[in-house]
Design a protein around this ligand. Structure first.
Ligand SMILES: [Ca+2]
Length: 114
């Protein structure tokens, strides 16, 4: 996954964000992130909406093929776009350092009835 190195750097701030925000606040941040990137007509992140909003993430140096790679990585049901659940899962997967804490986080989340 060398091609998504930029994204990984970005995601590495997640553990400290989670610490500062708490589970609920962090979930809100994730949802906000999704909404920033999504195509508001479709309610999904598409290549076009990602391309349009990538500057917001400071990832404007990512090439088109890297964006496509990210989309394909996150697109679990194969419809060519990323929905909110796929986005959250992708964020976890792009953040190796976060995986250690994510199990506990997911348990806390399901305890709160997401
Ligand atoms: Ca999908």
């Amino acid at each position: 996954m060398a091609s998504i190195g930029h994204a990984v750097e970005f995601q590495d701030s997640f553990p400290s964000m989670l610490e500062g925000l708490g589970t609920q606040g962090f979930m809100l941040e994730l949802c906000n992130g999704f909404r920033l990137l999504m195509d508001s007509d479709k309610g999904l992140i598409t290549f076009e909406s990602l391309k349009r909003n990538i500057v917001l993430l400071g990832l404007q140096e990512m090439r088109d093929d890297e964006l496509v790679c990210m989309l394909m990585e996150g697109d679990l049901d194969g419809d060519g776009a990323i929905n909110q659940m796929e986005f959250c899962i992708l964020m976890f997967r792009l953040s190796p350092g976060f995986m250690d804490g994510s199990k506990q986080w997911m348990e806390e989340l399901s305890a709160n009835e997401m």
